[in-house]
Design a protein around this ligand. Structure first.
Ligand code: ADP
Ligand code: MG
Length: 585
C-alpha cells in the first residue's frame, strides 16, 4: 500500500525553483523584475562567479514594510494581483509570487528593505527552511536582495551549471533584455567587482544604441505602426546589412521579453521578400496590445505567452514590417540613418509592393532549384493539363504561378491554389521529424566552413551541447570565445543559410535548454529549421517543379496546413466559379 504525504514547504519551493530559477541568470531576471515592478529606477546589480557565488540587486523602489518582509519570501504571496480578473489584465512583470520563495530555497538569501515612511531599514535572512525575524538595518529607501551560494543545498542542480563565463553570459543577456524594455531606468552591472555596464536613464533610441551598438542603429529602420488595439514599435536591422550587425533579436510584448514562435515567424516572413540570401536580421520590437488578448501565465519563467487572436497578431506584425521594409528601396531617404531622420520628417509613404517584390532569379539558381527543393532531380514527364490523371493526383496538375507566391493547379473539381512557401515548409518539417525520430539526420559537410561572430551565450551553448547539435545534424563549435564555426549542417536543409540556421537553433537551445528542445519543444525547433529551408516567395517555378511540389504534398502527412496552422491550399470548385459568372450548368 502506498501512502500519500504532503511535501514539506522547503521541498515544494525547491521543486518550483527547478523551473523558476533554473540557472543564476533566471534568478537575476526575477530580482530585476521585482525592482522594476517596485518602481525602482536606479538599480545596481552585482554578480559574483557567474552568479553562482553572488547575485545582488539593489533598487530605489517602494520598499517592503517590516510586517510584509517574511511574506515576501512565502510561496504564492504577492502584492501584484489578488483576483482572476487582475491576472487576466496583469501589467506587472511578476504576479506568481514564487520567485523569492524559490530563490530562498536554493540560496542563502538576505532581504533588506525600507519604505519611504520607515526611519530605517529592516533585514531578514533565509537559509533552507529557516527565516530569521526582521532586524534593523541600514539602507536608503528601497530594497536590496542578496542571494549567495546558489544551489548550495541542491547538488543535483549545481551539477548542471556551466562554466562561470557561460553563466555570466546568460546573466548579462537577462540584464540587457530588461535594460531594453526600461530605458528610463539607470542600470549598472558588475561582475566579480568589475564594472561591466553602466546605463543612464535615456530615450529608447539611445538605449538601443547602448545595447546593440551604433552600427546596428546606423542602419536600422524605425517601426511605428498602430492598428486599433495593436501597436508595434522599435527598430529592425536593414536587410542589406543583416550580416554586418550583431546577432540580436529582441521581442517584447507589453513590456515583457518573450520568445514567441508566432512573432518570430511573422518577422522572418516579412524579411523573406527582401533578404536575398537568408541572413539573420537583428531587431528590437515592442508589441503592445490589450493585456486581455495575451495569456502570460503559460510558463513559470513567463517567457512564453499565448495570444488569444494569434492570426490577427501574425498578420499585423507581418504587414507592419513588410511595409517598413518596402520603404528601404535604394535611394529612399528613410534609409539614411533612420534613427535620426525619424525625428526630422515622417518616413516616405510606402510604395506599392508589387514591383519591389520580384527578385530576378539567376539562371544557375533556377537550374539547381529543384534539387535544392527536394534533393534530387524531378522525373521530367510534363503532364499535359488537358489529360490529368486525376485519381492519383488529388491536388491536380500545375498550371501556373501567381504573384510569386501561389501555385495554380486544376483537378476534377476545379481550381487548386497552393501557398508554395507554407506547403514546402510543411513538407520539410515532416521530413525533419521523420529523420529525427529514426535518429538518422543526415549531415552535409560544408565545402567551406562558415565562421561568424556570435553572441557569447550562443558560443557557450555550442560548447555545452555538442552532442545534441550533432543529433540535429549540426557540426558547430566555438572557434574563439566570440566566434562560431559551422562545418556541417543537416543535409535536408542544404538550401538554408548555415549561419542563420545554426544561430536560430542555438538560440532556441540557450533559451529552453538542450533537453527541452528535443522533447517538449521539439516541434517548435523543427518548425524553425523547416522555415529556413522553405522556398521563398518570388522564386519562379517551372511547371514540373510545381507538379513535384503538389505530389510531395499529397504524400506528406498533415500537408493541408503549414506548421503554424495556416492552410497550405484552397480549392475553388467549378460550381463556385460558375456561380461567380452566373453561369447555369
Ligand atoms: P511576484 O513578483 O510574483 O509578486 P516575488 O516572489 O518575486 O513574487 O515577490 C514577492 C513580493 O515581494 C512581491 O509581490 C513584492 O510585494 C515584494 N517584493 C519583492 N521584491 C521587491 C522589491 N525589490 N521591492 C519591493 N517589493 C518587492
Ligand atoms: Mg517577482
Amino acid at each position: 500500500m502506498t501512502t500519500i504525504k504532503l511535501l514539506p514547504d522547503l521541498l515544494v519551493n525547491q521543486i518550483a525553483a527547478g523551473e523558476v530559477v533554473e540557472r543564476p541568470a533566471a534568478a537575476l531576471k526575477e530580482l530585476l523584475e521585482n525592482s522594476l515592478d517596485a518602481g525602482g529606477r536606479d538599480i545596481t546589480v552585482q554578480v559574483g562567479a557567474g552568479g553562482t557565488r553572488l547575485i545582488k540587486v539593489s533598487d530605489n523602489g517602494c520598499g517592503i514594510s517590516r510586517p510584509d518582509l517574511p511574506l515576501a519570501l512565502s510561496r504564492h504571496a504577492t502584492s501584484k494581483i489578488s483576483t482572476l480578473e487582475d491576472l487576466e489584465r496583469v501589467a506587472s512583470l511578476g504576479f506568481r509570487g514564487e520567485a523569492l520563495a524559490s530563490i530562498a530555497s536554493v540560496a542563502r538569501l538576505t532581504l533588506v528593505s525600507r519604505t519611504p515612511e520607515d526611519e530605517h531599514a529592516w533585514s531578514i535572512t533565509a537559509e533552507g527552511p529557516a527565516v530569521s525575524a526582521p532586524v534593523p538595518a541600514r539602507l536608503a529607501p528601497g530594497t536590496s536582495v542578496e542571494a549567495r551560494d546558489l544551489y548550495f543545498n541542491t547538488p543535483a542542480r549545481r551539477k548542471f551549471l556551466k562554466s562561470e563565463a557561460t553563466e555570466y553570459a546568460h546573466c548579462e543577456e537577462a540584464f540587457k533584455r530588461l535594460a531594453l524594455s526600461h530605458p528610463d531606468a539607470a542600470l549598472t552591472l558588475q561582475h566579480n567587482g568589475k564594472p561591466r555596464w553602466h546605463l543612464k536613464p535615456q530615450s529608447l533610441d539611445e538605449r538601443i544604441v547602448a545595447i546593440l551598438g551604433q552600427r546596428f542603429a546606423d542602419d536600422a529602420i524605425r517601426i511605428e505602426e498602430d492598428a486599433g488595439a495593436l501597436r508595434l514599435c522599435g527598430c529592425v536591422g536593414a536587410p542589406e546589412n543583416a550580416s554586418a550587425t550583431r546577432e540580436a533579436q529582441y521581442t517584447f510584448v507589453n513590456g515583457r521579453f518573450v520568445r514567441d514562435r508566432l512573432l518570430a515567424h511573422a518577422i522572418r516572413q516579412a524579411y523573406a521578400d527582401v533578404l536575398h540570401h537568408e541572413r539573420h536580421p537583428s531587431y528590437v520590437l515592442f508589441l503592445e496590445l490589450d493585456p486581455v488578448g495575451v495569456d502570460v501565465n503559460v510558463h513559470p519563467t513567463k517567457i512564453e505567452i499565448r495570444f488569444r487572436d494569434s492570426r490577427a497578431v501574425h498578420q499585423f506584425v507581418f504587414h507592419a514590417l513588410s511595409k517598413a521594409l518596402a520603404r528601404t528601396a535604394a535611394g529612399d531617404p528613410a534609409q539614411v540613418d533612420p534613427l535620426r531622420v525619424q525625428q526630422l520628417a515622417p518616413a516616405a509613404a510606402p510604395r506599392g509592393y508589387a514591383n519591389e517584390r520580384s527578385l530576378p532569379l539567376q539562371l544557375g539558381e533556377r537550374v539547381g532549384f529543384y534539387e535544392t527543393l527536394f534533393g534530387s532531380r524531378p522525373a521530367l514527364e510534363t503532364p499535359s493539363p488537358e489529360e490529368p490523371d486525376n485519381a492519383a493526383r488529388p491536388l491536380g496538375s500545375a498550371l501556373a504561378q501567381l504573384a510569386g507566391v501561389y501555385v495554380l493547379a486544376q483537378n476534377d473539381q476545379g481550381l487548386v491554389i497552393v501557398d508554395m512557401h507554407a506547403a514546402h515548409e510543411r513538407i520539410m518539417y515532416e521530413r525533419l521529424k521523420q529523420a529525427l525520430d529514426s535518429e538518422e539526420m543526415p549531415m552535409q559537410p560544408l565545402l567551406v566552413p562558415v565562421v561568424f561572430a556570435a553572441d557569447p551565450v550562443l558560443v557557450a551553448t555550442a560548447e555545452d551541447h555538442r552532442e545534441t547539435l550533432l543529433q540535429l545534424g549540426f557540426d558547430v563549435a566555438p572557434s574563439s570565445p566570440t566566434t562560431l564555426v559551422v562545418r556541417a549542417a543537416p543535409a535536408l536543409l542544404q538550401d538554408a543559410d548555415p549561419r542563420a540556421l545554426a544561430t536560430d537553433v542555438l538560440r532556441e537551445m540557450s533559451e529552453f535548454g538542450a533537453s527541452r528542445v528535443l522533447t517538449e519543444r521539439r516541434n517548435e525547433l523543427l518548425g524553425t529549421m523547416a522555415c529556413h529551408a522553405a522556398v521563398r516567395a518570388n522564386r519562379r517555378l517551372t511547371v514540373p517543379e510545381m507538379d513535384a511540389l503538389l505530389r510531395e504534398m499529397e504524400q506528406t502527412e498533415r500537408s493541408g496546413q503549414c506548421n503554424h496552422g495556416r492552410p497550405t491550399w484552397h480549392r475553388i470548385t467549378l460550381t463556385e466559379l460558375d456561380k461567380l459568372f452566373m453561369r447555369g450548368r
